[in-house]
Design a protein around this ligand. Structure first.
Ligand SMILES: Nc1ncnc2c1ncn2[C@@H]1O[C@H](COP(=O)(O)OP(=O)(O)OP(=O)(O)O)[C@@H](O)[C@H]1O
Ligand SMILES: [Zn+2]
Length: 465
């Protein structure tokens, strides 16, 4: 598989350190609010990466943290008159609810900052001992001038960075680029005891500590949104490599933005839609399908139109799946014949196409296109005359690919029953000479890809070819 590595700015062949234990760390949410559609993108994309690697026979250990200590959490707690812990616990619970609806599996470990304070303190101490960090008045800073590779991920030289940095007032840091590993307690803030007095960890250190602790000193893939490249991931590299002397992550993957009017969707700009809100109108799988409709590095402009498109696309897939279930109960119980075998060989070409797309830096857009092509073939060749085995195999192939994407996974909807009921209603409408209603029922079904056919034996239906 080829993955685009931000570290080298190239698509590279993915070679894991150990195929039986592929280590992935994804930066998780800061839990002070429901997550928005933009935040959902890395969750869905890297969940799909995990599913795909598993599909290809790798064992994956996936770690995603919760940032449960942060200014925004503290502010929120103060606003609401509750503790930061109450804020973060609430939104961790809400995270799991929304993540489940959009098909994002739980990570193997979801470490929290507050549960790793001792390890964070030891890590910071190690950096001080190794000469990479210094303490000033209870704060501890990373000394960027000591880490010669600083800037290697974001491709900036330390000189450029320093020149570009704003001159900070009252600066106790040696360089404006130095960043906090430990922050001394300010009035009203939550704090832990440390060798430097009471305080709390800076943001970046948590990921270095938790990735190392739960996965090891060198991991395979480190992932997050593209806004995290600098400073967050740059700083993670500096901390981790200064501490261990080893490469921190082999592949750095960053997803592009979900935008609104071509601007990054973000909480601070207020131009966001929470997944929770979108779920009032669209199914969780539609949200997931929408997020996978583009290759993960390309931006997607969030719009109702695209959501509707995703909804229709997913519906087509469900129709095909339900039709196969319907056929399974109604076709002749016999083995696949020669002609069907030849057709199935054609169907299997779409599995190849699907894999080819996913191997190319997880191109879910092309992978979805392959699934649609497969569905088109299935719709036009698998019908009432098919053998049960052929129907079964077609259904399995469709489900194999859909489940890698985590879509169309819901149990068979009772399409048979629903359509039979509508056919019944249409008969009734015709009897009552209400042809307008009868036509409307037929047209509505047609819009969903379901074709009614009036025969002397009654009305039959099939999926549009
Ligand atoms: N508009 C977006 N499109 C894609 N990914 C995003 C977007 N906004 C945030 N992310 C990613 O969401 C993940 C969760 O991050 P986090 O909860 O810290 O969000 P955040 O950065 O606080 O969001 P915001 O930018 O809205 O303040 C990160 O990997 C981040 O890069
Ligand atoms: Zn991180």
């Amino acid at each position: 598989m080829k993955l685009y590595n931000t570290l080298t700015r190239k698509k590279e062949e993915f070679i894991p350190i150990d195929k039986n234990n592929v280590k992935i760390y994804a930066c998780g949410p800061t839990v002070y609010n429901y997550f928005h559609i933009g935040n959902a993108r890395p969750f869905v994309v890297f969940d799909t990466l995990r599913r795909y690697l598993e599909y290809r026979g790798y064992n994956v250990k996936f770690v995603q943290n919760f940032t449960d200590v942060d200014d925004k959490i503290i502010n929120r707690a103060n606003e609401e008159g509750i503790t930061p812990k109450e804020v973060s616990e609430k939104y961790i619970e809400e995270y799991f609810k929304d993540a489940k609806t959009i098909g994002v599996r739980k990570a193997d470990v979801h470490p929290k900052v507050t549960e790793n304070i001792d390890d964070i303190i030891s890590f910071v101490q190690k950096l001080i001992d190794r000469g990479y960090a210094y303490e000033v008045n209870g704060d501890v800073y990373f000394d960027t001038s000591k880490f010669k590779d600083y800037g290697k991920l974001s491709k900036q030289s330390i000189e450029d960075l320093e020149a570009g940095a704003r001159i900070e007032v009252n600066d106790v840091k040696k360089s404006p680029m130095d960043f906090a590993l430990w922050k001394s307690q300010k009035p009203g803030e939550i704090a832990w005891s440390s060798p430097w007095g009471k305080g709390r960890p800076g943001w970046h250190i948590e990921c270095s500590v938790m990735a190392t602790k739960y996965l090891g000193e060198t991991i395979d893939i480190h992932a997050g949104g593209q806004d995290l490249i600098f400073p967050h991931h740059e700083n993670e590299i500096a901390q981790s490599e200064a501490c261990t002397g080893k490469p921190f992550a082999k592949y750095w993957m960053h997803n592009g933005y979900i935008t609104i009017n071509n601007e990054k969707m973000s909480k601070s700009k207020g131009n966001f839609f929470t997944v929770r809100d979108v779920l009032k109108e669209f199914d969780g799988e539609v949200v997931r399908f929408f997020l996978l409709s583009a290759q993960y590095r390309n931006p997607i402009n969030f719009s109702r139109e695209l959501m509707e498109q995703a909804k229709n696309g997913l519906e087509r897939l469900y129709n095909a799946k339900n039709n196969l279930f319907h056929l399974l109960q109604n076709v002749e119980e016999r083995d696949i014949d020669e002609e069907e075998k030849a057709l199935f060989k054609v169907f299997e070409k779409y599995r190849e196409k699907f894999i080819e797309a996913m191997e190319d830096d997880l191109n879910t857009a092309d992978a979805i296109a392959a699934v649609f092509e497969l569905v088109k073939e299935i719709n036009s060749h698998v019908n009432e005359k098919a053998s049960k085995e052929f129907v079964q195999k077609s259904l399995e192939l469709f489900m194999e690919l859909a489940s890698v994407l985590g879509i169309a996974t819901k149990e068979q909807e009772n399409l048979d029953e629903e359509i039979e009921k509508l056919i019944e209603e249409r008969q009734q409408a015709r009897k009552n000479r209400n042809f307008a209603l009868a036509d409307k029922i037929r047209d509505d079904l047609k819009a969903r890809g379901i074709i009614l056919e009036d025969t002397p034996q009654g009305t039959k239906w099939h999926i549009q070819k």
